[in-house]
Design a protein around this ligand. Sequence first.
Ligand code: PLP
Length: 690
Amino acid sequence: MNNDIYLDGNATTCVLPAAALAAADIMGQRYGNPSSAHGTGLRAKVVLDQARQCAVRLLGVGDGRLMFNSGATEGIQTAVLSALVAVRERQARGEPVGKLLVYGATEHKAVPEALAHWNRLLGAGLTLTALPVDADGRHDLAALRTLAPDAAMVCTMAANNETGVISDLDGIAGVLAASGTGALWMVDCVQALGKLELNLAATRIDYAPFSGHKLHAPKGIGMLYVRAGAPFTPLVMGGGQETGQRSGTENMAGIAALGVVLAALERGDTFPSHAQLHGYRARLADALRAALPGTVFNNAFDKSLPTTLNFAVPGVSSRELMDVFDAARVRVSAGSACSASKAAPSYVLDAMGLPLWRSAGAIRMSFGAMVDDATIATACERIAHCGAALRAAGMIADQPSAEPDDGLRQLGTEGECSWLVLDAASRSCIVIDPLPAQTARITAIVRGHNYRVQAIVATTAHADHGALAHALGAHFDAAAPTDGYGWPALTAHRLVLGNGAEVAAIAIGSQVLAQVTAGEGARAYLLGIKDGASLPADMVRFAFTAHGDLALPALTTGQTLLCPTRDARNLLCAGPLAAVAADLQLDSSTLAAFLDSHPDAVLIDVREPYEFAATVPPALAGVATGNRAVQSVPLSRLVEHASLWLRGNTHQPLVFVCRSGNRSMKAAQCLRRLGHPGSYSLAGGLALAA
Ligand code: PLP
């Protein structure tokens, strides 16, 4: 059962059923080679010719060339190669030719990469120059006016894949004409196909690449338009197919499918109208505004394709939004290149001058032309569901949450992290080593649960927590005197530690946090349960240090978990044991058998609570979990639970699961390292099990 709401149409689209049928027909019945002279070949050639004629009419190719190829990346190579070969020829003849390869700052990476590659390979010696865009993502025409006279080639996409922003092609054409430049002009039309009117031969555009899979044709089929008279050099030489312009036996299944899509576009009876698409986007935007207060749209709707929304939510990272949407089976993409460790800011949004939080926190929602009313309705319901899940988890600080957060929380589990010690009963908390990037998150948690922050402490001297203190407002007494580590100067409690030293401590609920010197300019904090006026080593559950590798003899025992704030090795936390066995991974095909033979095994979902809450069932479809309930222990809470599991029966199997198998792997590794040999991870995660 596919319960997915696919809102990633700018990445790729499903194949139109009629197009899939046409491809199947080509593979099954009309499998001939269109170059063959016999009947079987001719039956295939008819399909090829019809698809091309349709494309020629639809795109207004006029007397230009229109060749089929493997997709836009190939089309871009052919265009760049053609232009640069012409440049080299002019250079060789001693004729004047521009020195710049100008490309829009928001182009798809295929464009600058192809320009750099062919420029180097052909030894053209031109200089790549990014053309800036304005705050709306549109090309800076004044800058183009300056660059155009010295340009050999200008590349400006028709519509952007991240934002859907539509370029002012008439404006660009006007600047190029007025400058009298001989520059060749490529317009990447990938995102424009089917969404913008194109009449290519009536324009000055020299090259226009297209890609089938962005508009309901399969992957691996594309087209390139070349204006009549524009320089052309084939990229692929061989049997002379495509009238010698692109050799290689044609991808007939792809061409047949693309032909069906183009014919549907031409008829205008298959895809929703522009007005309908605008209506769908408006509904999604309203749902986002309602579910995620503070949502900011990164694309101006009146200047972008009606099928694209790009937005950010204050205090919620793109990774968290991706995770919650994915749990709800709403497939979107991070507007930026989201690496496993950190959300890198989007170069497209950076070029528009957006602040870092909007660029690094961006989510792109885009729908294909096959979207319908029911899909949008379900998408809106699930967006509301995601908003509720985030709010319940205290991720959105629009109102105090009814459910207070309690215990130890680790914020950021990749390389660097902050720790929050939360006590629901007293509604108070202590922050340890807050990272500047987490100011908004910490503030949201504190405000959302209406906590009083007792202290913001650091493991190293001279840490500046001014921004967080300011953001916390009335929840933190920033005027109270502290030492250089943020430790309150007027701490009332004094405790005797396991080594006999007497130190200052802060009470937080039933626990205490004591501070100890951990070398030159460094502090460690011990969290545990006091015994009268002392904190013996075996009552210290957690020790917070900068690197988590500090031995604190007599102050802690082997059962104390060492919690680093600079976790370069991604350990989450450290303990006495080091070896990690190889049999850590279970795959979805062996999970059921494993659970059958281990009736006491516990399934633990380490996704964050908002993902767990937003999950659209069945999360573990196809996996016989018996009557076992799946326990939710988010990775940010793992360390606290680890401390309990390690003090309990360490032979009870713990099977960790998450979305992709990445976080569960970390959890299982961490537990194994700490001395829980029965810890396992479900490889591939719920994404493969569901
Ligand atoms: N140009 C743009 C604007 C795109 O969105 C894409 C697809 O990601 C490409 C080029 C590359 O297209 P293809 O996947 O057909 O190589």
